[in-house]
Design a protein around this ligand. Structure first.
Ligand code: FPP
Length: 239
């Protein structure tokens, strides 16, 4: 029998969780129903990643562009993050999972921000697995905020700006300290980056599946991991 055990396990898997709305529409339900199902999938997939020795799982849960969705859908997504944090915090503590939330936090309400701060603080000592939630995030926003901070911090030191390396600059990105994703999965059949990790995904391997996010499970994850293990990562070099 063919051995399908992946030989290479990625350190960081990132997911663009797409298709919640279509999943709900297929069932004649409102979009929020799909997002609620999608939040359950996050938990299942996080467990599966932990079982497979994947250290970092990151998810694109709310983009800067998602602020333009109808108010009731935006409210549902805010509430889902708040509910997930309050319902799953103890589990994250018990599992040794560190929570990191990255995005333009200025746009979130005070209550949600304080819930995020509380959960991040409570799990900050964990390092078995790291769960990164990109919320109110976009890749262009990240690069712009990094450029502004870099310029302001070096305003009286033009040589530091002139001589800056890619590595120097990358420390100003909101993802500083998190390894770049090895594998980026996008569900629902769309094949684009949608303003996600524009800088960080420079050498990430992409995997697209037609499966809608609420239907994504261990079997799908294993298919993506198997394909990743067969990829030849050359980083622009020759072997
Ligand atoms: C894209 O599907 C999905 C989103 C914009 C939201 C993703 C959020 C969750 C899965 C739940 C919240 C997550 C956490 C971590 C609490 P879509 O709505 O664009 O689907 P469509 O393309 O079929 O309309």
């Amino acid at each position: 029998m063919e051995n399908t055990t992946p030989k290479k396990v990625p350190t960081h898997v990132s997911i663009i969780m797409d298709g919640n709305g279509r999943w709900a529409a297929k069932r004649g339900r409102e979009r929020s129903f799909g997002h609620i199902a999608g939040a359950e999938t996050v938990e299942r997939v996080a467990e599966a990643c932990r079982d497979r020795g994947i250290k970092y799982l990151s998810v694109y849960a709310f983009s800067e562009e998602n602020w333009n969705r109808p108010k009731d859908e935006v409210d549902t997504l805010m509430k889902l993050l708040a509910d997930t944090i309050s319902n799953k915090l103890q589990k994250m503590i018990d599992n040794g999972t560190k929570l990191i939330v990255i995005g333009n936090r200025e746009k979130l309400g005070d209550l949600l921000n304080s819930m995020i701060d509380f959960a991040v603080e409570k799990t900050s000592g964990n390092d078995r697995t790291i769960m990164v939630v990109f919320f109110s995030y976009s890749g262009r926003w990240d690069i712009l905020q990094a450029a502004k901070r870099f310029a302001l911090e070096n305003a009286d030191n033009p040589d530091a700006i002139k001589n800056a390396t890619l590595d120097d600059f990358s420390h100003y990105l909101a993802t500083d300290g998190i390894p770049e994703p090895d594998l980026l999965i996008r569900t629902s059949g769309e094949q684009r980056i949608s303003n996600y990790l524009l800088w960080q995904a420079a050498y990430t391997e992409f995997y697209f599946t037609p499966v809608l996010w609420p239907d994504f499970g261990e079997e799908e994850l294993d298919k993506a991991l198997l394909e990743y293990s067969l990829r030849d990562r050359r980083y622009g070099k020759v072997k």
